[in-house]
Design a protein around this ligand. Structure first.
Ligand code: FES
Length: 278
């Protein structure tokens, strides 16, 4: 253990946590808890410790505890963070305030309702669109894609849908119909994929006043994104795609099938995939 970590061990911290039970409370309020800091403790560890030792009624959402699932995002001292990735010692205040993600309805305590967020994501057709449905449903090989083509969209494919970008976005705070940085960056992710042929259909879903051009380029989404996706860059690149398609008439022919290298076959002993259920 480092000297700095030894200094933090057993230090008492105060957590000021927003509580709200819609069945009982007229409005949210704050409750304070004191805990002793343990080496390596994250904000999520602290919440779990409080729930296990002081208040079993405290509600929050979490799953993977490794920055992958995106379910533990909360406002920590006013900034959206993945709580399982945030060490308590990273926060320099003795009292740490934890609230549910801003700009979402609250289900209970620290649990935001992400239903509308997911609906916005779904609205931009977040999947590869092609006309060869037979090949897509019963693939006989792989679509061709070079490493350079992968790089075109890879950064935007790292989104874990934690909702932090919408919590930080000032446009979303004032316009709840705004498509939002997550969905717009996801739209660019698919528009930039060389295997996709659905740009026209996807741009049609964005053809409304609360979409692409409502972004004021504050950049708060990119600052808040815990995975470095940079949604505000995706939004600007999507505007370029829109211009190329609608003004210059430039589209993209989706990639064809890759050639299977000679001499490559299925290795012995690899079990077959199970039958499809849907
Ligand atoms: Fe999965 Fe934090 S619990 S990202």
């Amino acid at each position: 253990m480092t000297e700095q970590a030894k200094g933090c061990q057993d230090k008492e911290m105060t957590f000021r946590i927003m509580r709200y039970d819609p069945d009982k409370d007229a409005k949210p309020y704050f409750q304070q808890y004191k805990i002793k800091l343990q080496h390596g403790m994250t904000i999520l560890d602290a919440l779990m410790h409080i729930k296990e030792t002081q208040d079993p009624t405290l509600s929050y959402r979490k799953s993977c505890r490794m920055g992958i699932c995106g379910s533990c995002a909360m406002q920590v001292n006013g900034f959206p963070r993945l709580t399982c990735q945030t060490q308590v010692t990273e926060i320099s205040t003795d009292t740490i305030e934890v609230r549910p993600l801003a700009n979402y309805p609250i289900i209970r305590d620290l649990v935001p309702d992400l239903g509308d967020f997911m609906a916005r994501h779904e609205s931009i057709l977040p999947y590869i669109i092609r006309e060869d449905h037979q090949e897509q449903n019963n693939p006989t090989g792989e679509y061709s894609q070079s490493p350079a083509e992968l790089e075109e969209y890879l950064q935007f494919a790292y989104c874990i849908k934690c909702g932090s970008c919408l919590a930080a976005c000032p446009t979303n705070a004032t316009d709840r119909k705004f498509t939002g940085p997550q969905a717009l960056a996801a739209a660019y992710r698919y528009a930039a994929d060389s295997r996709d042929g659905g740009l026209a259909a996807r741009l049609d879903t964005l053809d409304h006043p609360n979409s692409l051009f409502r972004c004021h380029y504050a950049g708060a989404c990119s600052e808040a994104c815990p995975k470095g996706v940079d949604p505000s860059l995706g939004i600007q690149l999507l505007k370029r795609k829109l211009f190329q398609k609608k003004i210059l008439g430039r589209g993209q022919k989706p990639a064809g099938m890759a050639q299977t290298p000679a001499g490559i076959g299925r290795r012995e002993g690899i079990p077959q995939a199970p039958e499809k259920t849907v």
